[in-house]
Design a protein around this ligand. Structure first.
Ligand code: UDP
Length: 236
């Protein structure tokens, strides 16, 4: 079977791990996602995962209450490490080999990101979970995902969202919203479509990385899009 992507970068928001909870991590949801990641590995695809932290903490929420934004963002980056550890455990439970690398050094908990070691993990077919976003405040894990996708020479960035692609407007609020099958990076930027932040889309555009936007709620959806099938919007 010929696969469209040899190596992919999956972006999972913190919200994706939350399920129907109002906060935190739903273990059943994490297990389902881990099972799907293991199925993608079984196809022979190398996979890196960038996890968000919005289910636990976002820097802007602290800044909105008058506190320091940098401190808030540091707390947000720590939240991504918690999610990464939860996902690592669930993937290891499937029998697959997962590793967490953090952009923020915390060597008693996980490896610190280095380009060379990260590439080795991927080449050895380990699921590599990138925690800590870019390691810098004022960025998001979407930007972290685009950055790692470029650095790790991924063939595509798979962005798991709440809906099955990019729409002209939020389909949960606007019944007239129309879904795109394909769209260019430039059009996503010029139309101001809310799929990833502009820094992330720009980085993907400048480095010719296709972005595949699909629903995390569709069972088996990840396995389908990893094979170039299923319902998704392809940004290229
Ligand atoms: N964050 C940061 N730098 C980064 C990535 C993340 O400061 O490179 C912080 C920021 O406060 C952000 C939080 O971590 O709000 C959680 O990340 P994000 O909002 O991207 O998570 P998601 O929305 O994907 O769950």
């Amino acid at each position: 079977m010929s696969l469209p992507y040899r190596r992919i970068l999956l972006k999972l928001s913190g919200e994706a791990l939350m399920g129907d909870l109002a906060f935190g991590i739903d273990n059943a949801v994490v297990k389902r996602i881990a099972d799907e990641i293991a199925q993608v590995v079984a196809l022979g695809v190398e996979i890196g995962v960038v996890v968000g932290g919005g289910n636990i903490f976002r820097g802007v929420s602290l800044a909105a209450k008058g506190a320091d934004r940098v401190t808030g963002d540091q707390m947000g980056m720590l939240a991504t490490v918690m999610n990464a550890l939860a996902l690592e455990g669930a993937i290891n439970n499937t029998g697959c080999n997962a590793r967490v690398m953090s952009a923020v050094g915390m060597p008693t908990i996980c490896e610190t990101f280095t380009h060379r070691k990260a590439l080795k993990h991927l080449e050895n077919h380990r699921v590599l979970i990138f925690a800590g976003g870019t390691g810098n405040p004022f960025f998001t894990t979407d930007s972290g995902a685009a950055l790692r996708a470029v650095e790790m020479q991924c063939d595509a960035l798979l962005k798991a969202t709440q809906v099955d692609g990019i729409y002209t407007a939020d389909p949960n609020k606007d019944p007239d919203a129309v879904r795109f099958d394909r769209i260019s990076h430039q059009e996503v930027l010029s139309r101001g479509l809310q799929v990833m932040d502009t820094a992330a889309v720009s980085l993907a555009k400048d480095n010719n990385i296709p972005v595949v936007v699909f629903s995390i709620h569709e069972p088996g959806g990840l396995v389908e899009v990893a094979q170039g099938r299923g319902t998704a919007t392809i940004v290229s």
